[in-house]
Design a protein around this ligand. Sequence first.
Ligand code: ABU
Length: 366
Amino acid sequence: MAKIVSSWNDWDPLKRVIVGRCDNSMIPPEEPATSEKVPVDSEMRGMWGLRPLATVERGNECLENLVKILEDHGVVVDRPTPLQWNQAIGTPDFRNDSMMTCMPPRDILLTIGNEIMASANSFRCRYFEYLAYWPLMKQYFDEDPEFKWTQAPRPRLTDASYKHNYYDEKISLEERLVRTANKDFVTTEVEPMWDAADVMRMGKDLFIQHGLTTNRTAMEWFQRYYPELRVHAVNFPGDPYPIHIDATFVPLRPGLIINNPQRHLPEEQRAIFEANDWQIVDAAQPAHTEPPALCYSSVWLSMNCLVLDPKTVIVEASEVYQQEQMDKLGMNVLPCDLRDAYPFGGGLHCSTADVYREGTCEDYFP
Ligand code: ABU
């Protein structure tokens, strides 16, 4: 039996990966955690329902572009099995009028070594999203005797998990930034809640963003679950909607990170990188001033790239400034037309989840 699952970081040579699907995707109904992520002037405020079929088909076409590039570079690609996301869901603790999608997998699945763990998301609409990946998990389990198939403790997501009316309609951008700086977010600390895309894996070290989707209790949970790893809480005060680290702080290879210039890492949190001779470079400006229609994410998906190995990176095809910068940083750039998949939850990194990268668990911060 073969070794199928192993990955310790985002830059070692990628050999197997999951790419999401847009089928049956929903704009979910408003609920305590999601409303905080949707800007007050967004066209998505108050909207919910099935996403238009033409956009689903176009999003899937974009994901096929990514699959082709990956396969042309010898990467094995696995795909989830979409559910009918428009079904209402319920648990003893909450009911929600629909689910969301199986994009992006990066939010749901966290690969650390030979373990893939389904996350403990704070959005009620994402509570059952892991089911789309369960057929793949079973396949890996059958084929790889060392694969650890794990589900993180399921949050209850009762009303006690959220600060209600935390952001009212009139909150200014400045006030949002003050709250980010004060690490004052919509979730409470009654239980661990986290999105896998808030976790940056760097061998022995996990850097986890504290923000709208991941709380402090999650960090404490991670440290106890992985006593052999070091967990670092990071936060980015320039981000009024802090969600997911992979459009903010993105490693390209050992020693090199690009950082969102609007969301600088505070001095005291940079120290560990500087002390270990890592270079933190401001990312290039996005090529767009607005995200595409019906998109939750910011224009900074420009830097949400997928590293195939320490010399090769996939960058969105229209993000010419980011491509140019990657080229200057010594990376071989593969452009991929993916922008119309952004509304389904993110860019190139978001749209994937690692299954296998070569390499082992290294200590980059001795
Ligand atoms: N899922 C990544 C979103 C990050 C951003 O909106 O900037």
